[in-house]
Design a protein around this ligand. Structure first.
Ligand code: SAM
Length: 242
C-alpha cells in the first residue's frame, strides 16, 4: 500500500526474515537501503524479484530526500531497510520518517530483529527500564564522559561496540557487571559475563571478532543503612543535649 514502510531485516540468521517483510519488499516500488549490494543480495537469496534500489545514507540523504517524497506523493510504496536489523536504531532513516509524516504520508512499521532487543532478551539484566546509548564514542575523553553518564543512569544500559575497542571500554567501566552479547543469531552466538574490569584483560590480549552488543547491568546504589542513619542522628542529638 502507498506510504513509507520501515522494514526490519535479519541481524545474521536469514530465518528471522518475517513474512510481512518479504511481502512488503516484493511489492515495493522503491527500496531505500544503506548499501545496494547488501540489500540486492538479501533480496536475491530470499527469492524476491529485483526492485529499484536507492542508496539512502548520511552522505546523500539531503540530496535524495526530495526524490523519495515525490515518489510518496505519487502514491508509491516505498520501503526503507538497513544493512541488518531495524532501521533508525543506530542506522539512517529518522529524517525521512519525520518528513514523510510531516507531509501527511502514511508510515508503517514492519517490525523484526534488532541487535538491541535481541541482546536484552538474553542478557538477564533488568529490562523494566533501560537506556540505549548507541555506539561508544572513539576518543578517550568522550568515551569516559559517555560511560560516566551510562553508569549514572542506575538502570540497564545497552551500547554497541566493536571488537578492537571492546577492551578499552571494559577497562573504563571498571568493576561493573556486564554481558557481552556477540554474533547474535549466528553460528558463533555467545554471551560472556563477568565484571568489565576482569573481562578487559582477556579481550586486550585477544580482541573478539564479529558484532557486539554490550549490556551494562545496573549496580546496587550504595543505599544508606537506616540503622546507621538513626544511630548517627541519635548520637548528634545526645551530643547537643549534653
Ligand atoms: N539497526 C541495527 C539493529 O537494529 O540491530 C543496528 C545497526 S548498527 C549500525 C550495527 C551494530 O549493531 C553492530 O556494530 C553491533 O554492535 C550491533 N549488531 C548488529 N548485528 C549484531 C549481531 N548479530 N550480534 C551482535 N551485535 C550486532
Amino acid at each position: 500500500s502507498p506510504g513509507l514502510h520501515v522494514v526490519a531485516t535479519p541481524i545474521g540468521n536469514l530465518g528471522d526474515m518475517t513474512r510481512r517483510a518479504v511481502e512488503v519488499l516484493t511489492h515495493a516500488d522503491l527500496v531505500l537501503c544503506e548499501d545496494t549490494r547488501v540489500t540486492g543480495k538479501l533480496l536475491s537469496v530470499l527469492g524476491i524479484p529485483k526492485r529499484p534500489l536507492l542508496p539512502y545514507h548520511e552522505h546523500n540523504a539531503e540530496k535524495v530526500r526530495p526524490q523519495i517524497l515525490a515518489k510518496l506523493e505519487q502514491g508509491g510504496a516505498v520501503a526503507l531497510v538497513s544493512d541488518a536489523g531495524t532501521p533508525l536504531i543506530s542506522d539512517p532513516g529518522y529524517r525521512i520518517v519525520r518528513e514523510a509524516r510531516d507531509e501527511g504520508h502514511k508510515v508503517f512499521t514492519v517490525p523484526g530483529p534488532s541487535a538491541l532487543t535481541a541482546a536484552l532478551s538474553i542478557a538477564g539484566a533488568p529490562t523494566d527500564r533501560f537506556s540505549f546509548f548507541g555506539f561508544v564514542p572513539k576518543g578517550q575523553g568522550q568515551r569516559e564522559k559517555f560511560l560516566g553518564e551510562a553508569l549514572s543512569r542506575g538502570e540497564t544500559v545497552v551500547v554497541y561496540e566493536t571488537g578492537p575497542r571492546l577492551a578499552s571500554t571494559l577497562q573504563a567501566l571498571g568493576p561493573v557487571p556486564v554481558s557481552i552479547c556477540r554474533e547474535l543469531t549466528k553460528l558463533h552466538e555467545e554471551v560472556v559475563e563477568g565484571t568489565a574490569a576482569e573481562l578487559a584483560g582477556r579481550y586486550a590480549e585477544a580482541p573478539p571478532n564479529g558484532e557486539i552488543v554490550l549490556v551494562i547491568h545496573p549496580t546496587e546504589q550504595a543505599a544508606p543503612d537506616l540503622d546507621e542513619v538513626l544511630a548517627e542522628l541519635m548520637a548528634d542529638h545526645s551530643v547537643r543535649e549534653a
